[in-house]
Design a protein around this ligand. Structure first.
Ligand SMILES: [Zn+2]
Length: 272
């Protein structure tokens, strides 16, 4: 039986879908591949009105949740994502925040229960390709780490994905981009730590999404309440375009034969 080609990305918060996977969503959706976004939390620990942080006066979790889910809805429309599955867990907040302690925070919920829910979605959609974060959640956020853990466990339990990828921030390219931002007058841009991102030699897959850069920009704009997530929009247009026009990944496993370096997440899975 022929399986419909399907891409599933497992993300932690509303807005995470844009920078690392917005372009592959838009591109593959346009090619007729089924696209599924799983967002694990409601992003309650995000910014409130005027950028207020959790614990500060004026930060109302319910209002932040409602706002961010609306923004997600908007973003998904720009990216052309066909199916959105909300696991509805509570945002744990950044590493070290008080929100880490909440018993119902995503990072603290019973592991097997969360894996079971994701596994059921894998059974339902049967994605050949699954994308999530690396073991460190790309930058240490407890919810990103938990998303990685449940995605790996659900992939193993179901045996469904043929390929599983981690999103990657390519070290050398980002260093160049930051240099360009500074040259463009962004004096507040700091030097990056030397171990920032993933070294080029570990990146297996770079997908050209330049034709979708404008849609990614609109999707990012949809998340306007989250000042830190949309910092890129303050950069000159040329810099934005460069940052948005490719997406990089590290192939964690593949059950199909593929070249060492790919430019397509579905390499090895298409009918020839
Ligand atoms: Zn996130």
């Amino acid at each position: 039986m022929e399986r419909e080609l399907t891409l599933m990305a497992v993300h932690a918060h509303p807005d995470d879908e844009v920078l690392g996977t917005g372009g592959v969503f838009a591109r593959y959706a346009e090619e007729g591949i089924r696209t599924v976004l799983v967002t694990c939390t409601n992003g309650e620990q995000g910014d409130g009105p005027g950028g207020v942080k959790p614990g500060e006066p004026g930060h109302d979790e319910a209002a932040v949740r409602a706002r961010r889910l609306e923004e997600l809805n908007d973003s998904v429309t720009h990216l052309g994502i066909a199916h959105v599955e909300l696991l509805g867990y509570r945002d744990s907040g950044m590493d070290g925040w008080e929100g880490n302690q909440a018993r119902d925070a995503f990072a603290n919920v019973p592991f097997e229960e969360a894996v079971g829910r994701l596994a059921a979605l894998m059974e339902h959609y049967r994605p050949q390709v699954v994308v999530t974060y690396d073991e460190n959640g790309n930058y240490g956020h407890p919810d990103h780490i938990q998303a990685n853990r449940i995605a790996l466990a659900a992939a193993e339990a179901t045996g469904i994905p043929d390929k599983l990828y981690y999103t990657a921030v390519p070290r050398e390219r980002v260093a160049e981009l930051f240099a360009a931002m500074r040259a463009a007058g962004a004096a507040e841009i700091q030097d990056l730590p030397e171990d920032f991102g993933t070294p080029e030699e570990l990146i297996t897959t770079v997908v050209d999404v330049a034709p979708y850069a404008e849609r990614k920009r609109k999707a990012l704009q949809a998340h306007a309440s989250q000042g830190d997530s949309i910092f890129l929009l303050k950069m000159p247009e040329e810099v934005q375009h460069r940052a948005l026009s490719y997406e990089a990944f590290v192939r964690h496993f593949s059950r199909v034969t593929t070249p060492e370096r790919e430019d397509d997440l579905f390499d090895g899975l298409r009918e020839t």
